[in-house]
Design a protein. Structure first.
Length: 199
């Protein structure tokens, strides 16, 4: 909860409504229902910012349950091969604050916000943390060598994103080319950026 939130709640007369939300919908840990929800998700959105507050949002996806809940205050997610820019990870090393947004577009049409502090974990460091053996085995079996590294998030806030504006979508099968450098599979220059560059 930020100072800005409270200032605007007073300005716009929503303090009572916001207080009810804080008291009834916000936790500083993941309860069993949230843990179960995360285990069924195959995608999420993440938000990070550098030390100057410059923001970046990104999308992460994997097989169902690719984000693992270690305990009620800790989750980890894999970082697969990308474009090499390291925008999100670069922000994390400057500013560990991170926002995760899980949205179920397909079944319950509900969302879950998880805000916390992130750290980058290399593959060979996973065994240094108290990760249950069942999760380690699951990671080895399902992920194999796809992740280049992991992000560990310590949970500060977890709360609902209400369903009223979440559309219901239909999930279609699509072949995923994990870690490919094939421009066609990556989308090529879809937005014609190269042609738009000013000399």
């Amino acid at each position: 909860m930020s100072r800005g939130e409270h200032l605007l709640q007073e300005q716009y007369g929503t303090t009572k409504r916001a207080s009810s939300f804080y008291e009834n919908q916000m936790l500083n840990y993941l309860n069993n229902k949230m843990t179960e929800f995360i285990s069924k998700q195959g995608m999420m959105f993440i938000a990070t910012a550098d030390s100057n507050g410059n923001c970046d949002s990104s999308f992460r996806a994997g097989s169902t349950g690719f984000v693992r809940v270690i305990d009620d205050k800790t989750i980890i997610y894999p970082e697969y091969k990308g474009n090499g820019v390291m925008a999100s990870l670069g922000n994390i090393i400057e500013n560990p604050h991170i926002g995760l947004m899980f949205i179920d577009f397909f079944e319950n049409n509900i969302g879950l916000h998880v805000n916390g502090k992130a750290a980058i974990i290399e593959n060979n460091q996973l065994s240094s943390f108290n990760i249950p053996e069942v999760i380690i085995n699951d990671i080895e079996e399902i992920e194999g060598n796809k992740p280049e590294r992991w992000v560990m998030v310590k949970v500060d806030e977890a709360y609902i994103h209400c369903s009223k504006h979440i559309p219901r979508l239909q999930q279609m099968n699509k072949k995923i080319y994990w870690g490919t450098d094939d421009e066609k599979q990556k989308g090529g220059d879809f937005f014609k950026t190269k042609q738009s560059m000013k000399q």
